[in-house]
Design a protein around this ligand. Sequence first.
Ligand code: SF4
Length: 298
Amino acid sequence: MPEPVSPIDTNELLEWYDRAQRDLPWRRPGVSAWQILVSEFMLQQTPVARVQPIWLDWIARWPTPSATAAASAADVLRAWGKLGYPRRAKRLHECASVIAAEHDDTVPADVDTLLTLPGVGTYTARAVACFAYRQRVPVVDTNVRRVVARAVHGLHDAGPPSSTRDLADVEALLPDDETAPKFSVALMEFGATVCTARAPRCGLCPLPHCAWRSRGFPAGTGPAKRVQKFAGTDRQVRGRLLDVLRGTASPVTRAELDVAWTTDTAQRDRALDSLLVDGLVEQTADGRFALCGEGEQT
Ligand code: SF4
């Protein structure tokens, strides 16, 4: 049975965005493509409220790719602070180095070139092309997938991602004129603040048509999403170990690291191994541990 189609009303969405958008620093005039790229790296798995202060400090300290590339990998990891998933910081540093060395310190504008950069995937490449260079390209994140699933396809949630289908879905919604980039950011903002995952604010919805609402809000058929807990996970242990190393400029002994997590020693060993494998931590010749790039100081 073909799915009912209820294209999202462009004018209503854009008018809603004009009056309801959040004042986020990376959306302000004068923010460079590099600074937008930094925000996208940080926002990939971290909420806006935690990203804002780190991003502001970051771009004040390292406003360009070359400035970031000139910093040490360890200082970049320190500045990443508590944003989590610190492999992103390492990839961002590598990305800055490539842009500085191979792209004249300027973030490329086309999606295919963006996709060649370290740490830049389908979403980030299109987000930069759209938000920094005002291109008409579909930008699909979790929020956008959810809005399309509900408003267009009449489903509770989007189901498993499919980059081909998801991009085609959003491409079909984009206006053909110069409002396309604004439509993209508005759609994302709408999913983040109104058509939210757990409690969509349908009473405040500016869209005149929503297929899910028309169908009487049928429940989802997939398994209920479990809220990811952080306490006790390997991610928490990795964070504790990195905290020890961020707080010192010289390598530390294994015993100094071990006190960071005493609950489960096997888990601690596993976390440390993974940090070494990821290249975030390195071991000195005499067996101590340091942030990447700082182990050779012995
Ligand atoms: S009516 Fe509710 S579910 Fe439909 S688009 Fe609006 S906020 Fe989302």
